[in-house]
Design a protein around this ligand. Structure first.
Ligand code: PLP
Length: 501
């Protein structure tokens, strides 16, 4: 049997093991690492499902799945990473509880320390990295550089905060996040974490950070100071594959509770920005998880909607600031992996599309590739629809969802109306409504308009009858520690200042 290894989507020569790919973050030619084969688990198989469905537990399942992708890690090394990641940082032992409201299932991925789904991956990535670094005998300190549309930043600061030999620097769009998201970052008070605002939107921050990764001169300067850099963005395989786990987990919960039978297919509806979360679902499907439709939900930045319909990816359009800021993205990095997969691993073609995107801001995939996208359904919801969805779901079943989850729900409804498909569907709930109090509360009642985001935390608790998560209790009283703002082109200089090199 072929041994799984990793290679670049852009055809760089040489295969590497997962620990190297996790540390490098991105390939030397600017491509993303992809596994040479996709392992098969096959949940159609009654015997396999039988073994797994009795509450296997999130951690055990993570061990089984990650063990297939990170094959150069020993089972003990992986178990250790998993134990450190999925502990009492999460406010429920289930880690990713599946809840039913109305006839929908919500996979709640916001029970971690920063109240967004990024915690599922960013609580384990630091441990995968330090283990990888030890395995490879690397003595250097690691600098984690990350652009964030709002949630990755705090999740990375938090995930790496207790990790020795690591510094984290996150760049967020100055006016692009919710007030509470921003406060979570600017008030971060652990010594190894730094946050910096960028004058621009997420794409500016992301392209600015990406440029640093291929800057030869800068890499050399880091080396001379005994640093190496890596990324905590969702392009890292150490983030991507931990996200595969919860799709299997959700399926097994449905099996275990008798909501579905062996072999039944499900749909998943995923609020999408950088295409990481839904790509993990695609990998799960390729591994044998019976997913019929991958419902790709965008907000008004609906590049992916157009792409899935026409095969044309075109970022030459207005960037819209919405109430679901973590999805305010035009350049979805992880889509590059999908292009590679649907072209049967054609790295020359993938490279060509990425070049076109850089030079002209657009590309168009082949007919054959488009035909391979049949398992996707693309849709989008604007802010007005998102708001009415929050209100409607709350009024009909007393369940308060955040704007990102609401986008997924709305697009799922559109899909059902168009297709008549009655397959059971999991709505991926990516954030707690407590991170977006003004948007959520004004959706319920206009009289909250203009009220302070932090004051609305208490009001949200009262109205919804839910407990204020510990993660944001009292956050308004914390001092802002990180107040630097730079332009896209000053990102490198800012990093140099922070590191003092
Ligand atoms: C990051 C994020 C998304 C988008 O996930 P991608 O993996 O970037 O597609 C959706 N919702 C929330 C709350 C997020 O933080």
């Amino acid at each position: 049997m072929e041994r799984l290894c990793y290679r670049s989507t852009r055809g760089e020569k040489g295969n590497i093991v997962s620990s190297e790919a996790i540390l490098n973050g991105i390939a030397g030619d600017g491509g993303l690492y992809v596994p040479s084969i996709i392992p098969w688990i096959g949940m159609h198989d009654k015997e396999i499902a039988e073994v797994y469905k009795e509450d296997i537990g999130y951690k055990q399942l993570a061990l089984e799945i990650l063990g297939l992708y990170f094959i150069d890690f020993s089972r003990n090394e992986l178990r250790d990473c998993i134990d450190k990641a999925y502990d009492s940082k999460f406010d429920t032992e289930e880690i990713a509880p599946l809840r039913k409201f109305g006839s929908e299932y919500y996979l709640e991925l916001h029970h971690g320390p920063t109240l967004a789904f990024k915690d599922l991956a960013l609580s384990i990535l630091p441990h995968l990295m330090t283990t990888a670094s030890r395995k490879l005998g690397i003595q250097k300190d690691i600098v984690i550089l990350t652009a964030t549309s709002g949630d990755t930043g705090k999740a990375a600061l938090e995930g790496f905060s207790e990790v020795e030999g690591v510094k984290v620097i996150v760049f967020f769009p100055k006016n692009g996040t919710s007030e509470i998201q921003r406060k979570q970052m600017t008030a971060h008070d652990k010594v190894n974490g730094f946050a910096c605002g960028v004058d621009g939107n997420f794409d500016d921050a992301q392209s600015g950070v990406k440029a640093v990764f291929t800057d030869k001169e800068f890499i050399k300067a880091l080396e001379q100071n005994n640093y190496m850099m890596s990324s905590a963005n969702s392009i890292n395989i150490g983030r991507l594959f931990p996200q595969v786990v919860y799709y299997f987990y959700a399926y097994l919960r449905l099996l275990g509770s008798g909501e579905i039978n062996y072999g039944d297919s499900i749909n998943v509806a995923v609020p999408t920005g950088n295409f990481g979360d839904i790509l993990a679902a695609y990998y799960a499907r390729e591994m044998g998880l019976p997913i019929k439709k991958l419902i790709c939900a965008s907000n008004e930045n609906n590049v992916l909607y157009d792409f899935l319909k026409t095969g044309r990816y075109d970022i030459q359009r207005r960037f819209v600031t919405t109430i679901s800021p973590s999805m305010d993205i035009l350049v979805s990095s992880n889509l590059e992996r999908l292009l590679y997969l649907i072209s049967s691993g054609n790295s020359i073609q993938t490279n060509e599309f990425m070049k076109q995107l850089k030079v002209t801001g657009k590309y168009e995939i082949t007919r054959g590739m488009l035909d391979n996208l049949g398992c996707f359904y693309g849709g989008y919801a604007d802010d007005i629809e998102t708001r009415s969805t929050i209100k409607q779901v709350f009024n009909s079943c007393g369940y308060l969802i955040d704007p990102h989850t609401a986008v997924a729900y709305r697009v799922y409804r559109k899909y059902v109306e168009e297709s008549g498909d009655s397959t059971k569907t999991i709505i991926v709930s990516t954030a707690s409504p407590y991170k977006f109090t003004p948007a959520v509360m004004t959706s319920l009642d206009e009289r909250y308009t203009g009220m302070d985001a932090f004051k609305l935390i208490d009001e949200m608790s009262r109205v919804s009858g839910t407990k204020i998560p510990d993660a944001i209790r009292g956050i308004q009283n914390k001092a802002d520690i990180h107040t630097v703002v730079c332009s896209r082109t000053e990102i490198k200089k800012t990093i140099i200042n922070i590191l003092g090199i």
